[in-house]
Design a protein around this ligand. Sequence first.
Ligand code: ADP
Ligand code: MG
Length: 274
Amino acid sequence: MALASNSSRSNIEAKIFHHAGWKESFSAIVGGDEVKAGKPSPEIFLEAAKRLNMDPSSFLVIEDSIPGVTAGKAAGMAVVAVPSLAKQSHLYTSADEVINSLLDLQLEKWGLPAFQDRIEGTLPLEPWCIGGPVIKGFGRGSKVLGIPTANLSPEGYSAILSEHPAGVYFGWAGLSGRGVYKMVMSIGWNPFFNNTEKTIEPWLLHDFNEDFYGEELHLVVVGYIRPEATFSSLEALIAKIHEDRKIAERALELPQYLKYKDDPYLESSLHQEN
Ligand code: ADP
Ligand code: MG
């Protein structure tokens, strides 16, 4: 495994220094100041291959930039693009595959050993929390589809959401004064904010007799299911969401996910005053 960046060697080292084990995990690190021409020239990747004493064609390049994709292809390597800007995938057509986030990287597609961390159709995550009052959504009529999503107020959570790629996730939901429920949710781009803000739409897997707008909802997100997708019909979309629900319902019974049902963050929403 090699790291090849147009940044100078010293800047690369300064950046990865703080992350334990990162430097050691690369057999070669090539900085932009160590080659004559940086990306989009293939030179930096060819230099990395040379230092590893391997044929360029046996490498898989993982790139976030367009010049990097161009460089990887020019070096005769397979390239998976992970665009750093949302909704830019149409600009990356020369890559062999464009994925939304590293959560979707499937090494086995490229003749490399597969990641072993998926369980029963889910990818465990370092759990993260988000919560607030339930607000009116965006009138997409999810209740009409039989899939109500309790939208959270965006106030104060755009930073945490920017860390998490769009896609389908699952976990536990604590609703003030009521209980803790399984939930499956999507993180997506809010069409009202010109693609700069993400929204979070949790579907609580429980039948409620009434709406709970204004109530305090706390979520612990424990795993990832799949990236966002486009569907040819509404029926296909609904079928997929129900498939996601089944995956989440089953997975949340596994000890490694079930244990977060007792997370104090969920409980704290059950004793809210007002
Ligand atoms: P909106 O566009 O306002 O979010 P939805 O059609 O998505 O409207 O319905 C969501 C609302 O439905 C939630 O805010 C909540 O008050 C209510 N609701 C009822 N049952 C559920 C459930 N199982 N999961 C999520 N929300 C539910
Ligand atoms: Mg909604």
